[in-house]
Design a protein around this ligand. Structure first.
Ligand SMILES: C[S@@+](CC[C@H](N)C(=O)[O-])C[C@H]1O[C@@H](n2cnc3c(N)ncnc32)[C@H](O)[C@@H]1O
Length: 240
């Protein structure tokens, strides 16, 4: 075992090394759902997740992959619709908490860059607050395309860039810098929230992300801004 293997990784950096990202989420797993609720001032539960659910339009008969599903917070409502839901993540810590909170979920350990699923296995693939964390976004988008059936859909929920410039500057330059301070009060691992803020500031705005999705082979790419672009939902279809 190397020194690298034994150290406690409390946060990843913008190179998003998979080992560091997984270890960071292992460390925040227990408090993840609570910190999310506080840091988003309830918007996550009240608005952003329901809006994403509406885009996915889950129903009985659909087979849905919730990629990077973490503690299952993004999967549970999908499952309640009667759809068949597979939740995949590479943080065993997040999956362990997810299994304890939602024993009914079908949780599978796997890497977004090398999905453990056959081609064309799913009707819909969705990924919430996680595409930003992979270190090869085009490869992740191609992997999601591979496991989706022709005509199947992609739905991505992600932090984004506010559309009104004055607010964008305040949000990205000031409010994002306050996230670690809030996390110090509500999280046992505030360093991870420094990463959240940095990765949000460095993340692709709406249009470049739409282009990246298209370049990966998806068609009919569209997006919808929520709360002035604080988050955005991108959707696309796999060519038939
Ligand atoms: C911010 S959490 C989001 C969890 C969940 N989707 C939600 O909406 O609450 C990001 C998740 O992405 C996972 N993740 C990041 N990169 C990944 C990868 N390459 N493969 C699988 N999971 C990954 C992390 O382990 C973490 O659980």
């Amino acid at each position: 075992m190397t020194v690298q293997d034994t150290r406690q990784v409390t946060r990843a950096d913008l190179s998003k090394q998979p080992h560091d990202v997984a270890a960071m989420f292992d460390n925040v797993a227990e408090g993840y759902d609570r910190t999310n609720a506080v840091a988003t001032m309830g918007l996550e539960k009240l608005y952003w997740r329901p809006a994403t659910l509406a885009e996915i339009a889950p129903r009985k008969g659909l087979k849905i992959l919730d990629l990077a599903a973490g503690t299952g917070a993004s999967s549970i409502n999908l499952r309640e619709s009667g759809a068949e839901v597979v939740s995949c993540d590479f943080s065993v810590g997040m999956l362990t908490v997810g299994k304890r909170r939602h024993p009914e979920l079908d949780l599978i350990a796997g890497d977004a860059l090398r999905l453990p699923f056959a081609d064309e296995s799913f009707d819909v693939v969705t990924i919430s607050w996680a595409l930003r964390n992979v270190n090869d976004v085009p490869l992740a988008l191609r992997e999601m395309l591979r496991v989706t059936r022709p005509g199947g859909r992609l739905v991505v929920l992600e932090q984004s860039h506010p559309t009104w410039k004055p607010f964008r500057v305040v949000y990205l330059e000031y409010m994002m810098r306050a996230v670690p301070a809030v996390a110090k009060v509500v999280s046992t691992n505030p360093e991870a929230y420094e990463y959240l803020a940095e990765s949000t500031r460095a993340w692709l705005p709406q249009e470049p992300l739409a282009r990246a999705i298209e370049e990966a082979g998806w068609t009919r790419v569209q997006w919808r801004n929520l709360t002035g672009g604080l988050v955005a939902i991108h959707r696309a279809v796999k060519p038939s």
